[in-house]
Ligand binder design. Sequence first.
Ligand code: ZN
Length: 450
Amino acid sequence: MTPQLTFLGAAGTVTGSKFLLESNGARVLLECGLFQGAKSLQERNWTPPVQASTLQAVLLSHAHIDHSGYLPRLVRDGFDGPIFCSPATADLIGIMLPDAARLSEEEAEFRNRTGATRHQPALPLFTEADATRALGLVRRVAFGDAFTPAPGVTARLSMSGHILGASVVQVTTAGRRLVYSGDLGRYGVAVMRDPDPVSEADTLVIESTYGNRLHPSDDGRPILVEAVQRAVSRRGILLVPAFAVGRTQELLFLIAELETAGQIPRLDVYLDSPMAAAANAIYTRYPDEQDPRAAGRVPSRFHLAPTPGDSKRLNELDGPAIILAGSGMATGGRVLHHLRRRLGDERTTVLLAGYQAAGTRGRLLRDGATTLRIFGEEIPVRAKILATDALSAHADQREILRWLRQLARPPQATWAVHGEPDAAAALRDAIARDLGWRVAVAADGQRVAV
Ligand SMILES: [Zn+2]
């Protein structure tokens, strides 16, 4: 029987990646991501996408929560098979899943304390104990090694260059070859290596986050210089909401390079994210996945704020200085109290250095919001908001096409996923126009032959 693939998330949207592969009785979940961003999306996390106990295995492309963050819930709901991923991905989810669980528990506790819930009592989506159990199911597979997630299904990971450990997943079953890009990285960027080429696919699933965009030709240095210079001239804070994994390491690397080159003065840098600090340590363990310039040497000249109290004390800090804090889209985390403290101050510069999903505070700021709601308060936006896609960890349209051109022959079917509707449609059109392939945008819940 022809294998089937069902798009259970990241179809028509960016987050919640989950794809069910069925082949002669084998049932394997590709990705196990959390829906993030708009409330209507987050609510989908409460509806089981699949009966967890019927799955034999999960394959993860990389550690980002929109690809891995549903694992503790899947385990809570009865999944107890192996979870296959690269060694660096295993290390990274080792810090990220417990952190996601703590956030979920804190939010439930907050809702119960404040009565901000329709549910009595509000429950966490999953707990730290669920995350620990999920981590106990992880099996590390090195890049290039073949493995068997379920009977009749073999798979192999190759490097996608998106963040440490990020993989392109190649699955062979019933004589068919499925290639899933995961999140595709970029060519010639500061920290990560270029994506590995893939030569053959019968069915290809390609991400389309930036399918309608071309990134700036620079690597983010000019806007970083502009942001630091503004902080210096106004004696203000440069506040950067940054993903703990990937973006933070790249920013630290670029700041260090610009200082060494004399393009910016040496300011105090505060890394207000224990998870980013833990991720730094993991980056130093995998130099081979990185560009030779970086090669695991994460700069260490910054101040840490280990406790929430240390973080709050940064409210007293006078500029010029740089604060990096999560989360990257200002949906939660310590960056929120910094934004509350600093947004109303025109000396502040906020640099949005990554993808800002629809419905997030980061997106509202990027779109020019004049006030922002934080902890129930409307905060006026007087700070200078700068934004760039130059530091993106995702391939843009041209880079996606460059990667696709390396295939020896066109796949029989190509499906665009992991993009907002405009981005996915634009990538579909570009693939059809430039490569002449059969390509469509995957619809939510759609089941297709592999
Ligand atoms: Zn990602």
